[in-house]
Ligand binder design. Structure first.
Ligand SMILES: Nc1ncnc2c1ncn2[C@@H]1O[C@H](COP(=O)(O)OP(=O)(O)OP(=O)(O)O)[C@@H](O)[C@H]1O
Ligand SMILES: [Mg+2]
Length: 227
């Protein structure tokens, strides 16, 4: 579904990604965790074509859509118009720009349809950002910081929607998260990105048992100690 090989991305002289390789299979949910400045957003922005790699390759089997870090909604536009913007590239298909098909997946958005996006709560805005990405009918969804700044209950609701989407439509997910526990719970497999390189990868269960991961990302406790 997604195959990234030896990706190198630079900002001027500064190397942000230094030979990153990773895969996401069809219908798979995969996590990418790492500290601030590791290059996570750089990776997502390169996947979606906002940034151009110096070298390496990205193969996507189907369509990839991005939920960008910090949502990036147009605050003065209505929720419905923000959703429509997610389909600006698919104007030719009949009904492609009709946000009503998103209300079937994210029903809460329907009653906010006419409200300016900037007046919504953080969690509601994140829901709009997910909905906007879904307007492109993606085969793989890259979510940059799902939980950032959101209360646990709100995050749980978003997670439920992602799970449902994955189960009912087979949409693959690449989940970028600073909350490693959440990422490992939701995804079978994970990669750890540090200073522009993948330092660890494996099943989420394995990674949560690793001391190095626990110290850096799980507040010092391995899964067995935590439970
Ligand atoms: N537009 C830019 N110009 C120059 N350097 C940049 C730019 N954007 C990011 N960087 C640098 O690239 C590195 C990776 O940044 P990136 O935003 O990808 O990290 P991140 O893992 O998403 O961090 P965070 O968890 O804080 O979102 C950092 O050192 C950052 O300072
Ligand atoms: Mg980031």
């Amino acid at each position: 579904m997604l195959e990234v090989t030896d990706l190198v991305v630079r900002y001027g002289n500064a190397t942000a990604l230094d030979g990153v390789s990773l895969q996401v299979g069809e219908g798979e949910m995969v996590a990418l965790v790492g500290p601030n400045g590791a290059g996570k957003s750089t990776l997502v922005n390169t996947l979606s074509g906002i940034l151009r790699p110096v070298s390496g390759s990205i193969e996507v089997d189907g369509r990839l859509a991005q939920v960008p870090e910090g949502r990036q909604l147009f605050p003065d536009l209505s929720v419905a118009d923000n959703l429509r913007l997610g389909a600006w590239r698919s104007r030719r298909r009949a009904g492609a720009r009709d946000p009503r098909r998103i209300y079937e997946i994210l029903p809460d958005l329907e009653r906010m349809a006419k409200q300016p996006a900037g007046t919504l709560s953080g969690g509601q805005q994140q829901m709009v950002a997910v909905g906007r990405a879904l307007m492109a009918d993606p085969d793989i969804l890259a979510v940059d910081e799902l939980s950032l700044g959101l209360a646990p209950l709100v995050v749980a609701d978003l997670v439920r929607h992602l799970r449902e989407l994955n189960a009912s439509r087979g949409t693959a997910v690449l989940l970028i998260e600073q909350n490693a526990r959440l990422a490992f719970d939701l995804c079978e497999r994970a990669y750890v990105l540090e200073s522009g390189t993948i330092t660890m990868s494996g099943s989420s269960a394995e990674l949560s048992r690793s001391d190095a991961v626990a110290r850096a990302y799980l507040g010092g406790l391995t899964d067995s100690e935590a439970s």
